[in-house]
Design a protein around this ligand. Structure first.
Ligand code: GDG
Length: 465
């Protein structure tokens, strides 16, 4: 069996038994463990001089190969083109996207650097699986060095409509870069369709349907590539177990005591402008306005660990949310009740599972999201006999699968408030039916299914070569 080589911006070695690790890191780890292979990428450090070779750590059948980056590289590649151009653009925020030749050059340079450092470690029959928008040019950089291995890419963000992508000066080069892969994975059929439309109408390429669930054969820029939707998921069974255990911890007892019987609404998101947090806070405000019986009776807890704090837009959204939470709490708080508990810090996976389980509503209202794993985690953590209700944005990839949720338009503040009210008052029977429908999906498509179907498709492509 050929080895798997995973490439991602950050490499996250998972220590056995550490419940902190996220589902994706564990999934990649498991895929590598079962075939043996390499996980290559940035180690999170900045260095004075770019190393000639990656640092190597061996753990069983997995080799971790990681590099530090120069401050300038990090600034241009990571904070710059990846997080100040592609991230806002892929989330339909043209107003926030910065277009700079300097950061684009840095992005290409770091991709070329990564490729040159990985190349000496590769074998001819390796399957290479590259993750996310930081590394779109990676395959083309390897190909320019004469490497012909089977290469797959998975995009964790949405893929935008051609009209949005077209705003990027380098849009054609970027899609040409993508076509150097053999397999392209997106979260949803919507992303896949947006990509196919670019190929048809902007790149004058060909798009052939391969049959149910098999994706598309794309012909463009002199290459033939398979593009397909692989909706990412969670480790459903493990999370169910963690949530059962989490129900009875000291932390959960403290939470329950602090709520004194009040209902809890929970949100968990990286502090990011794509997650629709200001609109969400406004919706909670609207709930208290429109349904005053909830005052003093419902608490909204938003966990929002800061992320990408070196990027100015992330500092701005943090200030905006602080002001909004202060405003809403100032208006409605009583001496014994605070409406919004706004927490700029992270919690263990087990603590989060307990929060989800105890919450009557999981509020997941991004303005755009590739998938959104929190929506899936919230459902998996519910007590089956008395489950809560998921209120989910139509703009999250997860909405395509979780139709047992109350699907909302996050821009429609009043409608989100009405759906929260509907969730808070929903009869048990309906809550159970919705929960069961969603769990059926989450049991069938869990993270193991996701990574196995991707790796199987990648091997399939390799078999045809
Ligand atoms: C990107 C795409 C796509 C959050 N706070 C804490 C914590 N988390 C965990 C959650 C969840 C993960 O982080 C976040 O995943 P999401 O999918 O919700 O969102 P992004 O971070 O934006 O992820 C997204 C995903 O990639 C996978 O492809 O679904 O669309 O944007 O697992 O639980 N985990 C811990 N403490 C926290 O405080 N331990």
């Amino acid at each position: 069996m050929s080895r798997l080589v995973v490439v991602s911006n950050r490499v996250a070695p998972v220590e056995e038994g550490k419940s902190q690790a996220g589902g994706l890191a564990v999934a990649i780890q498991e895929a590598l463990k079962s075939r043996g292979g390499i996980w290559f990428g940035w180690n999170g450090d900045t260095v004075e001089q770019t190393p000639d070779a990656p640092g190597i750590t061996q753990n069983g059948r997995i080799t971790y190969a990681t590099l530090g980056l120069l401050q300038r590289d990090l600034e241009e590649y990571y904070n710059g083109f990846a997080n100040s151009t592609l991230w806002p653009l892929f989330h339909y925020r043209l107003d926030l996207a910065q277009f700079s030749g300097r950061t684009y050059a840095g992005y290409q340079r770091v991709n070329s650097l990564f490729a040159s450092r990985l190349a000496p470690l590769l074998r001819a029959d390796d399957l290479i699986w590259v993750h996310d928008y930081h590394l779109i040019p990676f395959a083309e950089q390897l190909r320019s060095m004469g490497l012909e291995q089977t290469m797959g890419f998975f995009l964790h963000t949405p893929w935008p409509a051609p009209e949005i992508l077209g705003a990027l000066p380098a849009h054609e080069a970027l899609v040409r870069n993508l076509c150097a892969y053999d397999l392209l994975g997106f979260h949803t059929e919507v992303d896949l369709r947006c990509f196919a439309n670019y190929i048809r109408y902007e790149a004058q390429g060909t798009v052939e349907e391969l049959g149910a669930g098999q994706g598309l054969r794309i012909g463009a820029f002199g290459r033939s590539v398979i593009a397909r939707a692989f909706p990412i998921s969670i480790d459903t069974a493990t999370l169910e177990g963690i949530a059962r255990q989490a129900a009875d911890t000291a932390q959960m007892r403290r939470l329950k005591e602090s709520l004194v019987g009040r209902a809890l609404i929970v949100g968990v998101d990286r502090l990011d402008y794509s997650k629709g947090l200001p609109q969400r806070f406004e919706s909670f405000h609207a709930l208290l306005d429109a349904y005053p019986a909830n005052r003093g009776q419902v608490s909204f807890m938003q966990v929002a660990p800061p992320s990408r704090s070196d990027v100015a837009e992330y500092q701005a959204i943090r200030r905006e949310l602080e002001a909004l939470a202060g405003h809403i709490n100032g208006r409605f708080a009583e001496f014994d009740w605070v409406p919004i508990r706004y927490l700029n810090k992270s919690f263990s996976r087990k603590a989060l599972a307990g929060f989800y389980r105890h919450a009557s509503i999981g509020l997941v209202t991004p303005l755009r999201d590739g998938m959104n794993l929190v929506a899936k985690e919230y459902v998996a953590c519910q007590p089956p006999e008395d489950p809560g209700v998921l209120v989910l944005s139509r703009f999250a990839g997860a909405a395509k699968e979780l139709d047992g949720a109350l699907i909302v338009n996050p821009y429609d503040i009043r409608a989100v408030a009405e759906n929260m009210q509907r969730g808070l008052t929903m009869p048990l029977q309906e809550r159970r039916e919705r929960y069961e429908a969603m769990m059926k999906v989450l049991r069938a498509n869990d993270i193991t299914h996701w990574r196995e179907s991707y790796v199987e498709a990648l091997s399939g492509v390799a078999g045809q070569a």
